[in-house]
Write a protein that binds this ligand. Structure first.
Ligand SMILES: O=C(O)C(=O)CO
Length: 326
């Protein structure tokens, strides 16, 4: 264990941060100031944050100038406990030269597992099938009932080809897929490891049998999947989003699912979150929706929490963050 830094204060924005991460911070000299509200209350954060050396941001509320101003000029660093940073005002951190860390990498396995679950659940009518049982509509005598899409012999397309997409591609190596294609701004050096091919966005849309979205939400990717995109996709295609709801125009997705432009969708992320219980998307038989639980396993949550703590500790101890955001 490295030398304990002199005492410093860390504001922890959520009471459920795993104990190993809190113990790690304390073992290296941190006094942890833990917010108790669930869901986190901005009022409590603003009350407790003045004077801290570091902020451990463990939820998805805006992380912006308001929080940095309230913390004060002694603030040395912030780490989120998330991979995505769409809720953080990164330019504001850059302007103030405050290091910001996050937790990509460690999320890839649990999100990849869930994405494959969604590919199958949406492609094979898990939601509609369950509903039919509840409605006593189990039509097992009909040979063409609940016909779904198979992963075998399919073209699997990825929008984004970072850690999560690559973890999915790695898992699919033994699923007898026809081809793996992906679209990113630039070609990935290691795509050959996954027998994947870089293609233009339009080709991704036209050729994918399963299209998985696993890219950050930025100004460039916002609503990238709208009517124009769904129009180009195969009528038999399955659309899966494990990234952020904001990459999709949900009204257009609803239209694509109800008019047969695409076959089905599996979503772990929506806009807004939580999705209102009366959302029209929830009424669709060909849409499987989960409450943003890609990283919800104990193993991954602990890994994320430790990485966030280590980002902060590195910074306090004068070393580069393990996963800096910029
Ligand atoms: O880490 C993230 O950004 C997540 O969305 C967790 O599911």
């Amino acid at each position: 264990m490295s030398r304990a830094a002199s005492a410093f204060k860390v504001l922890v924005s959520h009471p459920n941060v795993p104990t190993p991460a809190l113990e790690l911070l304390r073992s290296r000299g941190a006094e942890t100031i833990i917010c108790q509200s669930v869901p986190p209350s901005r009022e409590e954060i603003l009350k407790k944050v003045p004077g801290v050396d570091a902020i451990y941001w463990a939820h998805y509320q805006p992380l912006n100038a308001g929080i940095l101003d309230a913390a004060g000029p002694q603030l040395r660093c912030v780490s989120t406990m998330s991979s995505g940073l769409d809720y953080a005002d990164i330019p504001e951190f850059q302007k103030r030269k405050i290091p910001l860390g996050h937790t990509p990498g460690v999320v890839k396995n649990s999100v990849a597992d869930l994405a494959i679950g969604l590919m199958i659940a949406a492609g094979r009518h898990f939601h509609a099938g369950r509903t039919e049982i509840e409605r006593s509509q189990w039509k097992v005598e009909q040979i063409n009932w609940m016909m779904g899409q198979e992963i075998r012999d399919s073209v699997i397309g990825f929008f984004g080809f970072g850690g999560i997409s690559q973890a999915i591609a790695k898992r699919l190596q033994c699923w007898d897929v026809a081809k793996i294609i992906y679209h990113t701004r630039t070609r990935k050096e290691n795509d050959g490891d996954f027998k994947a091919e870089h293609v233009p966005f339009e080709t991704l849309l036209k050729e994918s049998d399963f299209l998985v979205v696993a890219a950050p939400l930025t100004n460039e990717t916002r609503e990238k999947f709208s009517a124009k995109a769904f129009e180009l996709m195969k009528k038999t295609s399955v659309f899966v989003n494990v990234a952020r709801g904001g990459l999709v125009n949900q009204t257009d997705l609803h239209d694509a699912l109800t008019t047969g432009k695409i076959f089905a969708a599996g979503l772990d992320v929506t806009t807004p979150e939580p999705l209102p219980a009366d959302s029209p998307l929830l009424k669709l038989p060909n849409c499987v929706i989960l409450p943003h639980m890609g990283t919800q396993t104990m193993k991954t949550t602990i890994e994320m929490s430790l990485l966030a703590a280590n980002n902060i500790l590195n910074c306090i101890e004068g070393k580069p963050m393990i996963r800096p955001a910029y």
